[in-house]
Structures are given as structure tokens and as C-alpha cells.
Ligand binder design. Structure first.
Ligand code: TEU
Ligand code: CA
Length: 562
């Protein structure tokens, strides 16, 4: 079925997005913290890579309890990152290079230092009281049994008015009350202010969580005594109503890329959030493929099963086809580095497996997101000391599990080396000079010691580097409609090591073959790819021989077109 692609052609479907976590991207003034002028310095590097859009993690004023995901002023720039002039300069310089800027919109919650919350907590009669979610305790306990994403209860007792406020994340991140129309109006006004400045879209932080079930009932009791809030928070009763209001009030007035981070979203829900005709968002970030190795919670060293991964990603590819748009990602600032998680970050296989993983993702239907350093094959960090950690999620979980004797230090540090968010937040490795060229000062978080082997300068000078491989993938997506709009079909679904799928658009057909193992694998080429005129579009080995009996070498990826 050839989609009526012309009626559905959009720049945000054909774009490749690059996520910048500013704190770790590039420091321009030697204070050890990445900043806006550092981003401006590196725009030519991003232009060279070929990306079209930057998703900028939060740069707003923040006390940095959660590294900027706790905002105290939505229309001010965090002083460590620079000034609004620096922002305007970066925005202009990006636009001059044909690169769009998508802001990170964090409006499920604010910082407790936001003026709205400072007012709200003053008294029950304060005009800002209902900007947040306040409840009386029950028999001297919290209003319900929900557990925060950052350990402990989701309720903080406030002495002044002797009530509790809700915080699904840290206690310095009070949840906004989206049921209050004044809150929605304030948020939409702020969003419009940023659109008037000329930004090109929003990534919306945990946007699937903004509408809570009334009554805030207890969650199913977990082993640790807390309850799971997700059934009463994710995809809540009014979430689509509020997003349609946001679309009417703001989004529909501009030509934007909008992507909702939607914990708990299903393909059915996604068809509503990101439907071509539902007037909400362009696309969503789903988490199903990221939770396959988190079945019993996050803190473990479990591996992802390839057959399950193929099942989940194929479900998203096929169930959204013709209805809604996919985002495609392996990495972001919350996830460990994909080459360590699903590839092989050994010296021998790191680059091969990084390129294989990139091929597997970038040949799919949807908008691909490249996380800073992923284009270099950057790996997880060998954390050993608790004092190397910076992320509130890992620090709280360490205290929660190790201080209470549930896990010992070594085991928890092993799990943090596998799954901790700080893996993604070590500085981008620019060259082999001190601190990998990230800063001339003391970096806020340690640089990965492998920066001498893995850095942008070395890779830009080497044709067969991961950087140049990403460059080729991005160029192919810009050239071939079949990669953007072709229909996806999974092949060999039960093969334990090969991920094989086809894309079809009209008469054209692509075959993508990825070996997720370090052993040779063989497969028979499907008939419609045995013709003499098949061409190899891209591969991560040099000497490719397309034969009926295809032998895939360790982490080999091949894309052939008939
Ligand atoms: O993440 C929301 C979210 O789901 C994360 O808590 C994720 O599940 C977890 O980090 C995986 O271990 C968003 C932001 O991306 C994250 O950086 C923030 O900490 C969080 O919201 C609160 O704003
Ligand atoms: Ca700096």
C-alpha cells in the first residue's frame, strides 16, 4: 500500500534530530559546565554530521536538582549556561545553517523554587494554591502510597499549611495541577512566547502524566511497601483534551516539530497522541523497547532479548503505519549508551556494533533521534565510586538499596554501570586533549577514560569511523523516500540473532539485515532480493558479497535495494 505520501509529507518526518544535553556538550568558558556558547561553537560539526534539528534539553533557570528538569523560570536562561543573548545568538546561528531548534518543555512539574510554588505554599488561600496538587494526610500519613520515580514517597509534608504536595519525581519538583485552567493558560502563554522568539518545536517531558485520576487512589502494593502510580497517572482521563487545547491555543499557529515523552504509552494511545488527524502532537517517545531489560525494575544487569525487541519495534512500526508517526531512538540523557547496552563495547567490536545498531534503527519508519556522542560510539562509564555519581535518580536509588542493605555496594555500582543515567551524561569526547576537549576547567562529571580512543577529531579524519557512518545513514534518509515512507515488514521473526526487515514503497524494496551477535550467522536471501541488479546501499564491512546464502559476520549490517 503506497501511502498518500505527498498529502502526508512533512519536514519533521524527513528530519533527523540530534539531542544536546547542554551541561555535557561543550564548555566555552572553562567553568567545567557545558553552555550555550559551546553549542554555537559546535554547530558546524552538527552541520557536517547532516542533522536537521537540535532537541535542546532544558536551558531555563533551575536550581539543578534534576539537572534542569526542575525549572524555576521558564523565560530565563540558567546562569551556568549563559544569557538570553547567548541563546538568541545560538538560535540565529543554527537557523543560518538550516538547523531547527526544538526546546524541552517540562510542564508536568516546576522547581519548588518557581515563584508559583513559593506563593502556593504560603497559605491555603493564596491565589497560586491550586497551581499545584495539595492534599490532607490520612491518619498522619501521606495521602496515598505512591512511590516517586526518584525513590521514596511522592508526597512531601509542608509545615506551613500542614498539607502534603504531590511530586512524582524529586521533592523539589512539585507537580502542576493541569486540571486548573489558569495553569494551562499560563503554560500556553509561555509556549507562545518561545514560539514568537522563533524556536521550531517542543519535546514535552512526561506529557502523558499531566492528567491524574481524581481521588488519587492507592497503587498496587509493591514489595517495598509503596504503590505504583502509573495506572492513575499515565494516559490520564483528560490528557488528550489538554493536548488538543494546547494544539488549538499554540501549536496549530506555528510550523513545529512536537514530540511527547509518554511513559506508559501503548500503540493505541499513540495513535491518539500522534495521529495524523487528531490535532495533538506529531509523534511520541514510547518506552517499551527500553524496558525489555528492566522487567523487574531498573536496577539489574539484564540484557535485552532480540526476539522480544523485534516484536516490540515491529508492533510500533506496523500498528502506527498510515495512522501516526514514530520516533526512533536508542539513546537519550536518561538511557545508558546503546553500544554498551545492546551492542559490544569491546575494542574489537565497538565500532562494528555501533554501526549495526545505527543501521537497524535508521532504516525504520519514523523520525530518528541521535543522542550526543552516539554518533561517535561513545560507551557507558566505568563508575566505581558512589562519589562519581551526579544523577539524583542513581544517588537516591543507591541510598534506598545499599544503605538499607538490600544490595551491596559492588552490586549496585555494577547495576549503575549498566543502567544509570550518568552513563549518558559524561562529557562529549571532542579530541584527545585534556578532558577530551570538553573543558579547560574541572568537568562537573568525570570524562570517560576512553576518550583518547573515542573522540570526534579522530573520527572526522577517518573515513570508516562511526561518525562518517552516521553521516551516510542521515544522507541516505534525505535521499530515499522509501526510508522515510516505505512500509515495514519483519522477516525471520524468531531468529535469535538476526534482525531482518524490509521496506516497500511502490516498486522499490529495501532489505535490512543486522547481526546482533559476535558469531557468524547465515540466512537465505528472500527471492525478490536475488536479482542481479540488487545494490548495496550501506554496510559496516568493506567486502560485501550479496549471495543467495548470505553469511553475516559478527555485528554485520547490510542494506540492499532491489
Ligand atoms: O523522564 C521521565 C522518565 O520517565 C524518566 O524518569 C525515566 O523513566 C527514567 O529516568 C529512566 O530511568 C523525564 C526526563 O527525561 C528526565 O530526565 C527527568 O528526570 C524526568 O522526566 C523528570 O523531569
Ligand atoms: Ca561553561
Amino acid at each position: 500500500m503506497e501511502m498518500e505520501k505527498d498529502s502526508m509529507k512533512s519536514w519533521w518526518k524527513e528530519a533527523v534530530v540530534y539531542q544536546i544535553y547542554p551541561r555535557s556538550f561543550k564548555d566555552s568558558n572553562g567553568d567545567g559546565i557545558g553552555d550555550l556558547n559551546g553549542i554555537t561553537e559546535k554547530l558546524d560539526y552538527l552541520k557536517e554530521l547532516g542533522i536537521d534539528v537540535i532537541w535542546l534539553s532544558p536551558v531555563y533557570e533551575s536550581p539543578n536538582d534534576d539537572n534542569g528538569y526542575d525549572i524555576s523560570n521558564y523565560q530565563g536562561i540558567m546562569k551556568e549556561f549563559g544569557t538570553m543573548d547567548d541563546f538568541d545568538r545560538m538560535l540565529h546561528a543554527a537557523h543560518e545553517r538550516g538547523i531547527r531548534i526544538v526546546m524541552d518543555l517540562v510542564v508536568n512539574h516546576t522547581s519548588d523554587e518557581h515563584s508559583w510554588f513559593v506563593e502556593s505554599r504560603k497559605s491555603k488561600e493564596n491565589p497560586y494554591r491550586d497551581y499545584y496538587i495539595w492534599r490532607e494526610g490520612k491518619d498522619g500519613q501521606a495521602p496515598n502510597n505512591w512511590e516517586s520515580c526518584f525513590s521514596g514517597p511522592t508526597w512531601e509534608y509542608d509545615e506551613t499549611t500542614k498539607m502534603y504536595y504531590l511530586h512524582l519525581f524529586s521533592k523539589k519538583q512539585p507537580d502542576l495541577n493541569w486540571d486548573n485552567p489558569v495553569v494551562r493558560k499560563e503554560v500556553f502563554r509561555m509556549m507562545d512566547w518561545w514560539c514568537q522568539k522563533g524556536i521550531d518545536g517542543f519535546r514535552m517531558d512526561v506529557i502523558s502524566m499531566i492528567s491524574k485520576v481524581s481521588g488519587l487512589p492507592d497503587g498496587a502494593q509493591q514489595e517495598n511497601g509503596y504503590g505504583d502510580f502509573s495506572p492513575f497517572v499515565c494516559n490520564g482521563p483528560h490528557v488528550h483534551e489538554y493536548l488538543q487545547e494546547m494544539n488549538r491555543e499554540v501549536l496549530s499557529k506555528y510550523d513545529l516539530l512536537t514530540v511527547g515523552e509518554c511513559p506508559g504509552v501503548t500503540t493505541k494511545e499513540a495513535a491518539q497522541y500522534a495521529g495524523f488527524h487528531t490535532r495533538e502532537l506529531n509523534m511520541v517517545f514510547q518506552f517499551e523497547h527500553m524496558n525489555l531489560d528492566n522487567k523487574n525494575g531498573k536496577w539489574n544487569d539484564a540484557k535485552t532479548d532480540l526476539v522480544e525487541l523485534k516484536e516490540v519495534l515491529s508492533k510500533w512500526q506496523t500498528e502506527l503505519m498510515g495512522k501516526a508517526w514514530n520516533s526512533l531512538y536508542w539513546c537519550n540523557h536518561d538511557q545508558p549508551r546503546i553500544v554498551s547496552r545492546m551492542g559490544d563495547d569491546s575494542e574489537k567490536y565497538r565500532e562494528l556494533s555501533a554501526k549495526m545498531l545505527a543501521t537497524c534503527l535508521h532504516m525504520m519508519q519514523g523520525t530518528p533521534y541521535v543522542y550526543q556522542g552516539e554518533e561517535l560510539g561513545m560507551t557507558n562509564m566505568p563508575f566505581h565510586s558512589f562519589y562519581e555519581l551526579r544523577d539524583i535518580e542513581s544517588i537516591n536509588a543507591y541510598h534506598d538499596l545499599v544503605d538499607d542493605g538490600i544490595l551491596d555496594h559492588e552490586k549496585m555500582m555494577r547495576y549503575i554501570r549498566c543502567k544509570g543515567r550518568d552513563n549518558a551524561r559524561t562529557p562529549v569526547q571532542w579530541d584527545d586533549s585534556d578532558n577530551a576537549g570538553f573543558t579547560t576547567g574541572e568537568p562537573w562529571i568525570d570524562v570517560n577514560p576512553n576518550f583518547k580512543e573515542i573522540n570526534a577529531k579522530e573520527q572526522m579524519a577517518r573515513e570508516d569511523s562511526v561518525f562518517h557512518y552516521y553521516q551516510k545513514l542521515i544522507k541516505l534518509r534525505h535521499e530515499k523516500d522509501i526510508i522515510v515512507y516505505g512500509e515495514y515488514k519483519l522477516l525471520f521473526a524468531n531468529h535469535p540473532s538476526l534482525y531482518v526487515y524490509s521496506r516497500t514503497l511502490g516498486e522499490e524494496k529495501l532489505l535490512v539485515v543486522c547481526n546482533f551477535s559476535k558469531e557468524n550467522q547465515t540466512m537465505e536471501l528472500p527471492d525478490d532480493f536475488q536479482g542481479k541488479d540488487v545494490q548495496v546501499l550501506i554496510s559496516n564491512y568493506k567486502d560485501i558479497e550479496v549471495r543467495k546464502e548470505l553469511i553475516l559476520r559478527p555485528y554485520e549490517a547490510i542494506v540492499i535495494m532491489n
